[in-house]
Design a protein around this ligand. Structure first.
Ligand code: NAD
Ligand code: MG
Length: 409
């Protein structure tokens, strides 16, 4: 949980790029360096070569890009989730001093290297264990991997408390809320309002959903992101996951989190206060802005990202989401209200459903049905530790896959 008035251990002096009193570059580890957020993080780091030093980089299996990144940023180590690819990567970097770790344990090794900031940008449940490993070192966590909070918000908050490490949200909505909360106390918060672009099917009639193709679903109107989150945006599950993420980041009740569809994606989210005042954070949709804010917090460093052109911003529209056409958002609220391991089951079933849709195995409207059926079939124990969560995740994935098999006669 984030306490808005808790100032990060990164002091203002540390964060001033011109400050002579801060000669040591900030050590940054990027988990999921080859993905959309990972690559944009490296773009931000490139803008400040004197101020950041890359400590470790990881990927799942894209070693072509990881090798390229390793040669450019010269980290002390890298990790590859896929073991066979890690062996190949090791031989390709044999002429360097870079250590190559392999497999899920290797990702945790890389996450545990001494760093000032760890960018958590692995997609899905696979990112949870490395985030917990990074928290144990006391590093500041820049969190993009929302599934971590969905599955294990309570566990992550306990770990943050125990290690004293700080978490800064990277997800644009949560970064916006975090910025709106600066100088405020949670006592004065009436509700937070997460904005949603509505995705590519915002205005599409439900009776045509069965015809939605993979390509149509991957074509997001405002953001260029990895495949999984792009499908999540099309089903509105992304917003559902963000509601649960907000619950754990800001210690909110489900009824204190409202979602509004805002097709322009200019207002990144808002906070409504007890005196009727509302604060919003606005800007051009560009993930490099919240990424950089997480890396430079509590300061802002001058950067050349596109500015909002008010002459072309004719109007800002807001509407209530349609949970009949997009039931995933309702399912996420259901999971949040049910508590326990329900969000972990929701997440696992969603990861399976998105994979099956991308592989052409199920239709777009079958995604929420599969998630709902899995949630009904799997009731896990209360969340106690990472092992329990691993078990629930495994069981929910198995059930979700079985539910998609044709029934035997
Ligand atoms: P992506 O698919 O582009 O990249 C994912 C990264 O994780 C890659 O480096 C990949 O190699 C690695 N990875 C995938 N599976 C792995 C595994 N099993 N083991 C180890 N590494 C693995 O995804 P992305 O769009 O960059 O999103 C990353 C996270 O950030 C997600 O949780 C997403 O919800 C969140 N996020 C993304 C955006 C965005 O604009 N892309 C915005 C907000 C939040
Ligand atoms: Mg978001």
């Amino acid at each position: 949980m984030i306490e808005p008035d808790k100032v990060s251990r990164l002091t203002a002096a540390d964060a001033d790029p011109d400050s002579a009193s801060d000669p040591a570059p900030r050590r940054v580890t990027v988990l999921g360096a080859t993905g959309s957020i990972g690559r944009q993080t490296l773009e931000v780091l490139r803008l400040f070569p004197e101020r950041f030093r890359v400590q470790a980089l990881t990927c799942g299996s894209n070693i072509d890009l990881l090798v390229e990144q390793a040669r450019e940023f010269e980290p002390s180590c890298i990790a590859v989730g896929n073991r066979e690819r890690a062996d190949e990567c090791r031989s390709r970097l044999a002429d360097t001093d870079i250590t190559v770790f392999a497999g899920p344990q290797g990702l945790c090794e890389a996450a545990s290297q001494p760093a000032d900031i760890v960018m958590a940008a692995i997609v899905g449940f696979a990112g949870l264990a490395p985030v917990l490993a990074a928290i144990e070192t006391g590093a500041t966590i820049a969190l993009a991997n929302k599934e971590t909070m969905v599955v294990a918000g309570a566990l992550v908050n306990e770990a943050l408390e125990a290690s004293g490490s700080t978490l800064i949200p990277v997800d644009s909505e949560h970064s916006a809320i975090f910025q709106c909360l600066a100088g405020e106390t949670m006592r004065s918060v009436e509700e937070v309002i997460l904005t949603a672009s509505g995705g590519p099917f915002r205005d599409r009639p439900a009776h045509t959903f069965a015809d939605i193709t993979r390509e149509e679903a991957l074509d997001h109107p405002n953001w260029d992101m990895g495949a999984k989150i792009t499908i999540d945006s099309a089903t509105l599950m992304n917003k559902g996951l963000e509601v649960i993420e907000a619950r754990w980041l800001f210690d909110l009740a489900p009824e204190e989190i409202r979602v509004l569809v805002h097709s322009q994606s200019i207002v990144h989210s808002m906070v409504a206060f007890s005196d009727g005042s509302i604060k919003a954070e606005l800007g051009v949709p560009d993930m490099k802005v919240p990424i950089q804010y997480a890396l430079t917090y509590p300061d802002r460093w001058p950067a050349p990202y596109e500015r909002l052109d008010w002459t072309r911003t004719a109007s800002l529209d807001f509407e209530t989401p349609d949970t009949d056409r997009f039931p995933c958002l309702r399912l996420a609220y259901d999971a949040l209200k049910a508590g326990g391991t329900a969000p972990a089951v929701l997440n696992a079933a969603n990861e399976v459903a998105v994979r099956l849709f991308l592989d052409g195995e199920i239709s777009f409207p079958a995604i929420p049905g599969l998630i709902e059926d899995t949630m009904e079939a799997v009731a896990g124990p209360a969340v106690s530790d990472l092992d329990a969560l691993n078990q629930v995740d495994h069981e929910a994935r198995t059930v979700a896959k079985e539910l998609t098999l044709p029934a035997a006669d």
